[in-house]
Structure formats: C-alpha cells, structure tokens
Design a protein around this ligand. Sequence first.
Ligand SMILES: [Zn+2]
Length: 215
Amino acid sequence: MSNSESIKCDLCDYQFKVFSRQEEELCDREYYPVIRYYPLPEENAHLVRNYICDTCYNNIGNVIKQNLIHAGEKYLNEVESRKTKKLTEYLKYLQEIDKECQEVKTYCDKLKSIGSILELDKQTIKDLSSMYSNKYPHSEGTYYLEHALDIEKITKHNMKEIRDWEGECNIEIYKYPDGYGSWSVVSKEEFKNVLLNSEIENMNTRKIVQLVDSI
Ligand SMILES: [Zn+2]
C-alpha cells in the first residue's frame, strides 16, 4: 500500500506496475476518502519492510550480501579523502597556533627589551591590558597594567593626579581640556599646560597665566 503512484523494490529499485483503490482514512474522528496504490498481483511483490520484487526475494541472501559489501567498500574508498580533509583542518589549526605564538613572542620580547612599562606604546598597552583582545595570555598584569602605569608615574617620576595638583594650588577646575580628567596623572609641566587650557572657578585668563608662572 502506498499513497504514491510510484512503488519500487526497496533493494533494486524495480518499478512495480500498480493499481489504485479508493479507501477511507480516519482523521479527527471522521473518515475521509483517499486513493491508495498497490502493486498488481502479477508483479508478485513481497511486503517485507517495504515492497521487494520477486527476483530480489528469491535471491535475497546474495542481494543483501552484495549490498553490505558495497556499503563497506564505499566507506573504505572514502577513508583517504576523510583523512586528507582532517589533515588539512589539523594543519590549519597548527598554523593558527603558530600565528598566535608569534604574536605573543613579539609582545614578550618587547616587554623584555624595555627598562620601564612607561616606554610601552599606546597600542601595546591596549593589547596587553584588554580583557577582550586575546592577543596575549591573561594574568594579573592584564588587569593592573593601566593602574601600574599611573602609579609608576607617581612613585618614580614625581607626577601627580590632576586633582592633587589642584589641591596644592587651592583651585578647582570646572572644565578640563579634551583627554584629561581629575584622575589623569601628569607632570608639573603638563599640569601647567592643562591649566592654560582649562576653565577654572573665579579665574580669568590673566589670573591663570599668573598662577602658571607662580608654580
Ligand atoms: Zn528487486
């Protein structure tokens, strides 16, 4: 029985000649008319799992043996191309690791070559301190690098946070120049430059220049 007009031998694809019959199908507790197809009786089709032709049925041991051999040989023939494909993937993966290694080595060599972290360029600092860059293995250094740069400026280079310079001068900056904030660590000279480009409470330009000269 089939809902399709085309019924084939499951083993050799032989197409059976068929006849149709009007039947009923139960759906949602109601019967509906359907057309169903069957192999003609003279085809001598055998319903095993699906229909099998008479020739295959009478020779089924051999047919199934050949079918299994064919499946095995197909598998064996595909092994080499599967291996080649996996090898290509593997080599590509190794190349990626090599590329990463090279990048890490470059940063590592750069770190070894400098006397102080303050010599690091902006891009390197960004790559080494970013949790998202994945260009260098993460460590405490990833999280502390930016802080370390500021602290090193304060402890080794007599620099201060701008808010500390402000405190020393008894002033309060209203508006900092672009790129600066109260937490920026700067040298005295840089702070003077910041003052000249800031808006300061109760001070006009003349007063600011006087202040800068007095520092
Ligand atoms: Zn057949």
